[in-house]
Design a protein around this ligand. Structure first.
Ligand code: ARG
Length: 589
């Protein structure tokens, strides 16, 4: 996108102006990056914070400036003429505050209404990214940790896609572990005609896993056979491959049901996919002199970690790390990804740290954190139960994902029925709304926290229609839609003919916040933090209600057209935020 098209990003626009001014003021200091942030105090809308640091760099070097404030004054004076800035002032030690022009805000919002919010998409430094997320293990139930990975990873993928990045959504399923020997052997033993009845026989894969594990732990001969089965599977024997793929297929179907309910797209490239490439990658690393012998295993040592990364086990087999090194190599070289993002619990942080450092030693990744290609681990905290301990149910060890989704839906449906919706709506409307609200609530409760903190899974809290919840936000959006509907005006027509006027303080504040959408999403992408989008969305809803709607009459006022357009712009931005978070909006409540 050209600068002209990317009119939504206020921060960048201001940055360009200040860059010019800084170049004049600090002609001797190379590479001064403008530091522009929204104002904390009410002196303006944005402030430029460069003066203080700049002064310390030039003082004593024959500068004409006596103090940071004088530097700030000069920065302000040298700002190029621009329609964006209404006025500017200098405060304290040189902070340059600017007030954004009201007319420019209106013009930009009007352009968005006509050209679409896609024009406000962030601009990122990469063209292609891999997001490795969800990634459950075959034959084991998906648990809440995988739910978090799925929700956070999907939000990141959506944010990047919106920013015109080509995203490879990778499901790195655990489909190649030693557990397959035991599963396959158990299948052969109990279902001689497994090829015909396998799927129905296995049925509940988790129960099947448990039973075979029990057999494995209690019978030495079985254990022996299971271990041989792994070797035969990995050697490519067709009967074993067939049984393996049958088991994977059953798991896949179960996973897919969850993804479908959550509206999540993923492309499976499991651990097994990288297997044929491992020997070549290990050889390349060995040729580079990175691989050492340690206690019979082959390992790579990396900086500042006192345990080595084991890349070939002492029995000659490969492990999680061999696969991840190979997957990283593949993503960089075969898939040409410039940013590779891994979404797992923080417990795996050290694993990824070591893999990335090994890749840096190998020269696959640049040493600098800010250069591309880049690999990032997106870690997240635990899901806690209401008792503050790791989330579990009384009956079973782990919480089944599908049960959570069922309950979220059932509870939101019950709430809708209580509000009399069963009489007003069709069954289909009721179902769809219950799903949108229920699943949306689960997703939002997860995404709104900084991902590194643990969060408490609490249905009552997440389904509350007050406070910072998806329910509150979805209802707020629906209410805005109903204001527009009830006005009886053709909003598409108004977009073409009407103008946005921001004379009331509430209108102006809403307008400015709408404009900040672009820079907020860009920041969320660059820092891999979906909660930044949640916070923005919640503030938008609060500003709409408390600053705008409660002070500015919409329908029937003389400013009706402009205010309806502000309602519409708010609804559009809210919907885009919902979309980025993987939440389906509702239009009626
Ligand atoms: N299967 C792993 C687990 O359940 C997550 C895999 C994450 N991705 C990766 N490339 N290691 O913990």
């Amino acid at each position: 996108a050209t600068d002209e098209e990317n009119v939504g990003n206020v921060k960048r626009k201001l940055g360009k102006l200040f860059e010019q001014s800084l170049r004049t003021v600090a002609s001797d200091v190379p590479d001064v990056e403008p530091s522009i942030v929204p104002c904390t105090a009410k002196f303006g809308d944005y402030q430029c914070n460069n003066a203080m640091r700049l002064f310390s760099q030039i003082k004593g070097k024959g500068t004409e400036f006596n103090n940071p404030n004088a530097v700030g004054q000069a920065i302000m004076k040298n700002l190029p003429q621009s329609e964006i800035i209404e006025s500017s002032s200098v405060a304290g030690p040189g902070f340059v505050n600017v007030v954004i022009s009201k007319n420019w805000i209106s013009k930009t919002i009007q352009a968005m209404l006509i050209n679409g919010i896609e024009k406000w998409a962030p601009r990122l430094a990469v063209k292609r990214a891999v997001v490795d997320f969800s990634s459950p293990n075959i034959a084991k139930e998906m648990h809440v940790g995988h739910l978090r990975s799925t929700i956070i990873g999907d939000a990141l993928a959506r944010m990047f896609e919106f920013s015109n990045v080509d995203v490879l959504r990778r499901n790195h399923v655990g489909d190649w572990g030693t557990q397959f020997g035991m599963l396959i052997e158990y299948l052969f033993e109990n279902y001689p005609n497994w090829e015909d009845v396998g799927e129905t026989a296995i049925g509940d894969l988790q129960a099947f896993y448990k039973a075979s594990k029990q057999r494995f732990d209690s019978d030495a001969a079985f254990k022996e056979r299971a271990q041989q089965a792994v070797v035969r599977l990995q050697g490519g024997e067709s009967k074993y491959r067939k049984a393996w793929s049958q088991i994977c297929e059953i798991s896949r179907k179960e996973f897919d049901r969850v993804y479908q309910r959550l509206g999540v797209q993923l492309e499976e490239k499991g651990e097994s996919f990288y297997n044929p490439h491992i020997p070549g990658v290990i050889k390349a690393l060995t040729d580079l002199g990175l691989v050492e012998e340690s206690k019979g295993a082959r390992v790579i040592f990396v900086e500042k970690v006192n345990i080595p990364l084991i890349v070939v086990k002492s029995d000659g087999g490969y492990n999680y790390a061999s696969t991840d090194l190979t997957a990283l190599w593949y993503r960089l070289n075969e898939e040409k990804a410039e940013w590779i993002i891994y979404v797992t619990d923080v417990g795996q942080q050290q694993h990824f740290e070591m893999v990335f450092k090994a890749a840096k030693r190998a020269g696959w990744l640049p040493a600098s954190e800010n250069a591309y290609p880049k690999a990032s681990h997106v870690g997240f905290g635990l899901v806690l139960g209401e008792d503050g301990k790791r989330f579990r149910t009384r009956s079973t060890e782990v919480v089944r994902l599908v049960d959570l989704l069922d309950e979220a839906k059932a509870r939101s449906k019950a709430a809708l029925i209580e509000r009399g919706k069963a009489e007003q709506w069709t069954e289909q409307e009721l179902e769809q709304t219950a799903e949108a609200v229920g699943y949306g609530a689960v997703k939002y409760a997860d995404l709104k926290n900084n991902r590194l903190t643990n969060y408490t899974f609490d249905f009552d809290q997440m389904l509350n229609d007050k406070g910072n919840t998806a329910v509150y936000l979805l209802y707020a959006h629906a209410r805005i839609c109903s204001i527009i509907r009830k006005s009886g005006k053709d909003i598409e027509e108004l977009k073409k003919t009407g103008t946005v006027v921001l004379d009331h303080e509430g209108e102006r504040e809403l307008g400015l916040h709408l404009l900040q959408f672009s820079e907020v999403v860009e920041e969320a992408c660059n820092n891999l933090l979906p909660n930044v989008v949640c916070e923005y969305l919640y503030n938008l809803s609060e500003i709409f209600t408390k600053k705008f709607y409660s002070n500015c009459q919409v329908v029937g006022s003389k400013e009706e057209t402009s205010r309806l357009l502000l309602c519409e712009a708010t609804a559009i931005v809210m919907r885009k935020c919902f979309y980025l978070l993987g939440i389906v909006p509702v239009y009626k409540i």
